[in-house]
Each structure stands twice: as structure tokens, then as C-alpha cells.
Ligand binder design. Structure first.
Ligand code: URA
Length: 284
């Protein structure tokens, strides 16, 4: 008589025990033999059922002022004496009505000191009519050399993450909270971020996407004005709106691909977030 599935499972467990495997350390299996950047890490093999059809969670209102992104950024700049630079960014960005105009304006904008040390302006890449805008933190060395966002190792992983939900640079727009690389990849100052944010906001206003995705904690904090870690912000939906936008758009946060390269175990959560993003994009 053939063994029942239950006695098969018991035999397997006994075999594990005899082999010294006596403790479960995770809820879902992870294929650690895959290289870090592999798209296989984003395959739906090891996912709980519920993640395949994420429930629509309610959109949270970003906190009321004074913690709105613009106010937060400007307050940071004021504290460090950069208010004039921010004011000139606000007034210049507001006068631009296309991405080309905005890029040209930024190319001639020297109130952000990072423009003096960077090799290239890294404005953005992708489709100006995209339904999804992704915002990272700051260009790195390779981005600075090529003048394009996310073209180094973390960019290659980002491209694979996007491909896993049917997106690429022909249907998204990618930019950063800073348009120039901070020397040696140091953390940007609050004034540098505040001076770039009016241009970031204008990019979002001009593209008017369906969904905004902050990549990593610093981008999430700058955009959403919520001082929480990306680990707490990911998987949630926020209403993002600037004073010039007629209606709010949905925003969320994802782990930064550079973090996922360092912590591949977190790719399981990132995959869940990507699936939720995919179903949001196809709603309506
Ligand atoms: N990391 C970012 O946040 N942005 C880039 O463009 C590249 C790496």
C-alpha cells in the first residue's frame, strides 16, 4: 500500500531531524543559491497566497502642515541658513511648464553647491507621460559620470525589480531627491535637499503620475514629510499633494535597491510591495 501524504511528511520530518535540522528559521523558503541581483529573487515562488492579490489598503493622509514635504524641507534649510537658495529654487521651478524647461533651468541653477562639485546634472530618465514616478536619494559615481539616474549596481537591480512587474524606463520616470552627486557619496545636508525639492515637486506636478514611489528612507522622508524608517513606511499608501496639484496622488515607499543588495533577505518584502504596486497601477 502506498504511503499517505501525512506519513510521507512525517518521514521527511524524521529525516530532517536525523540530519540535524531541528529548527525553522523563516516562514517562507528562500533560494540563497541565487546571486544577489537575480530577478529570480523576485519570482513569486516563495510567497504567501495573500501577497499575490494584495488587499487594497486605505490611503493615509500625509501629516498636516507644518510637516508637509515643502514645509519640512524649507524648515531644514532655514535652520542651516539656506533659505535664499530654496526661495530661488521655488520661484525658478514654478515658472517651468515642461520637463525640458525644468532640465534646462536646473542646468543653469547654481544655488545648490553640489552643482559645483558634480561632473553632470542627473535630471531623470524615462517617460515624461509615465503613470509611475520613482524617486531615489542621490546620484552615485556612475550616475554622475553618465548623467543618468540608477545606472550603477543598484540601478541594475531596480531595472530587474521593475521588469518583474512589467515596467521599464519606457513606462516609468525615475529621478532623485538630489540632482547632483554629493562628493564621495556623503549624506546630503538639509539645505541641499531643500534646494532640490522644489524641482522634484515640479517634476511630479508636470508628469502628474498615478503613483509615486519613494526608493529608500531619505527619499520617503523628503517626499512624505513623515520622519519614520522605510521599514515602517513601506507597504503603506499615502496621499501626496503639492499646493499646485488639483488632487492628491497615491504614494508609497519601497526598500532602496542598494539596501536590498546588502540585505537580500528583505527581497521577500520588496516583492510583496512590488505586487501591491502592480495592482494599484492597474486599478481604475
Ligand atoms: N542611488 C540613488 O538613490 N539614486 C541613484 O540614481 C543611484 C543610486
Amino acid at each position: 500500500m502506498p504511503d499517505s501524504p501525512i506519513s510521507d511528511a512525517a518521514a521527511l520530518l524524521r529525516w530532517y531531524l536525523e540530519a540535524g535540522v531541528d529548527e525553522a528559521i523563516g516562514e517562507y523558503p528562500v533560494d540563497r543559491t541565487q546571486p544577489c541581483e537575480s530577478i529570480a529573487d523576485f519570482a513569486p515562488l516563495a510567497l504567501p497566497k495573500q501577497a499575490e492579490k494584495p488587499a487594497r489598503t486605505p490611503v493615509e493622509r500625509a501629516p498636516p502642515s507644518p510637516a508637509s514635504p515643502r514645509r519640512t524641507a524649507t524648515a531644514g534649510a532655514a535652520a542651516s541658513g539656506g533659505i535664499a537658495a530654496v526661495e530661488s529654487a521655488v520661484s525658478l521651478a514654478a515658472r517651468m511648464s515642461t520637463l525640458d524647461e525644468l532640465r534646462e533651468a536646473l542646468a543653469g541653477f547654481d544655488a545648490c553647491p553640489l552643482s559645483a562639485t558634480a561632473t553632470h546634472l542627473v535630471f531623470g530618465d524615462g517617460n515624461p507621460q509615465a503613470r509611475v514616478v520613482l524617486i531615489g536619494e542621490a546620484p552615485g559615481a556612475e550616475e554622475d559620470r553618465r548623467g543618468l539616474p540608477f545606472v550603477g549596481p543598484s540601478g541594475r537591480l531596480l531595472d530587474k525589480m521593475l521588469a518583474s512587474i512589467g515596467l521599464d524606463r519606457s513606462n516609468v520616470f525615475i529621478t532623485n531627491t538630489l540632482f547632483w552627486r554629493p562628493p564621495g557619496n556623503r549624506s546630503p545636508t538639509s539645505t541641499e535637499v531643500a534646494t532640490c525639492m522644489p524641482f522634484v515637486e515640479r517634476i511630479i506636478e508636470i508628469i502628474d503620475p498615478r503613483l509615486l514611489v519613494a526608493l529608500g528612507g531619505p527619499a520617503a522622508v523628503a517626499l512624505l514629510g513623515v520622519a519614520e524608517s522605510v521599514g515602517r513606511l513601506r507597504g503603506r499608501w499615502f496621499a501626496y499633494q503639492t499646493p499646485r496639484m488639483p488632487r492628491p496622488i497615491v504614494a508609497t515607499a519601497l526598500f532602496h535597491p542598494a539596501y536590498l543588495l546588502r540585505s537580500p533577505a528583505q527581497k521577500r518584502l520588496a516583492w510583496r510591495d512590488l505586487l501591491a504596486i502592480k495592482s494599484r497601477i492597474h486599478e481604475d
